[in-house]
Unconditional design. Structure first.
Length: 120
């Protein structure tokens, strides 16, 4: 694999998504800094981290595995964002905006996962 993980659209979008998550969690109540805000940030950071780690591996099977982990982290973030919205930490408009971006990220990841054929 001659391509760097930094060249992957999925990684680039995931990095942008992390910035979006950090931006929205800055608005959370101060007492949530070590709670939901921290969990959201951790889950979001794992998305590009797993994409990069998987791309750096030597087999399609390993890449597929790490992309699946990135997808798992994404659905964690989506769930946590819905909780934050239900708690009133983010507005419905903010929630829709960031969840739309999560949906786009999911479609990109699904496409990449589908393009990687792990050995049977």
């Amino acid at each position: 694999m001659g391509q760097s993980y930094r060249d992957l659209i999925a990684w680039q979008k995931a990095m942008d998504f992390v910035m979006d998550v950090y931006g929205v969690t800055k608005l959370f109540p101060r007492d949530e800094i070590y709670g939901l805000a921290s969990q959201l940030r951790r889950s979001a950071v794992l998305i590009p981290t797993n994409i990069a780690e998987g791309q750096a591996r030597y087999s399609a099977q390993e890449f597929h595995f790490f992309l699946s982990r990135a997808r798992g982290s994404l659905v964690e973030v989506e769930t946590q964002l819905m909780i934050a919205q239900n708690l009133g930490y983010i507005t419905p408009e903010q929630g829709k905006n960031i969840l739309d971006k999560a949906g786009e990220m999911g479609r990109i990841l699904n496409g990449l996962i589908g393009s990687i054929k792990p050995a049977a």
